[in-house]
Design a protein. Structure first.
Length: 139
């Protein structure tokens, strides 16, 4: 599924935050926090004294993951473009239509994902179509 821009809500529409709790993850997290109490104290202090910095720290982690993904995407783009260019107009328009709502920051990642989806679709069609000259033996 392509990456789409998140819907924005006004403050009047926002519901209070609700969090899921996974007991297994919470158990592992508690053990880690106990072993790293200095880090926990530091992060609690950052949240209390500099909430904007705490947000930046969380977003930085996501940004680094995105940048790592993009390094892989940049290596895949030439092959994805070659596949895209070799397709019929119908397939290209289907890919383009899926990319219409994608934020420009995520265009390359979404493009490669959509090309991979079309490649899988093409492979499934090849595998599911009967081969010419092959018949089943009845016996």
């Amino acid at each position: 599924m392509p990456i789409k821009a998140k819907e924005t809500r006004t403050s009047a529409e926002e519901a209070p935050l609700q969090f899921r709790t996974n007991p297994e993850v919470q158990k592992r997290l508690n053990a880690y926090k106990e072993a790293n109490s200095n880090d926990v104290a530091y992060f609690q202090r950052v949240v209390a004294e500099a909430p904007a910095r705490a947000v930046d720290m969380l977003v930085l982690k996501d940004m680094q993951r995105h940048e790592a993904d993009m390094r892989l995407i940049q290596r895949q783009i030439p092959q994805a473009k070659a596949f895209y260019d070799a397709q019929s107009q119908e397939v290209r328009s289907r890919i383009d239509q899926r990319l219409n709502e994608v934020h420009p920051y995520y265009k390359d990642k979404a493009f490669v994902s959509e090309v991979l989806r079309e490649m899988q679709r093409h492979n499934r069609q090849v595998l599911s179509s009967p081969k010419a000259g092959v018949s089943m033996a009845v016996g």
